[in-house]
Design a protein around this ligand. Structure first.
Ligand SMILES: [Zn+2]
Length: 61
């Protein structure tokens, strides 16, 4: 059985690429190529599509 993720583990689903490195790899600098952004705020969690690359994870052309 999978354990529920802690907030920290939830946030770690975000790419660990920095914006500069992501750009070098041709990835979106905001989501690091994942196309999604995981957030924790006020005890709530969510995941949203990246608005910069619109979920593709690719760097803007
Ligand atoms: Zn993105």
């Amino acid at each position: 059985m999978a354990k529920p993720l802690t907030d920290e583990q939830w946030i770690k689903q975000n790419s660990n690429l920095g914006p500069t490195r992501a750009r070098l790899l041709g990835k979106c600098g905001k989501c690091g190529g994942k196309g999604k952004l995981w957030w924790v705020f006020g005890g709530e969690r969510g995941v949203v599509q990246c608005d910069r690359c619109r979920g593709t994870g690719e760097a803007a052309k």
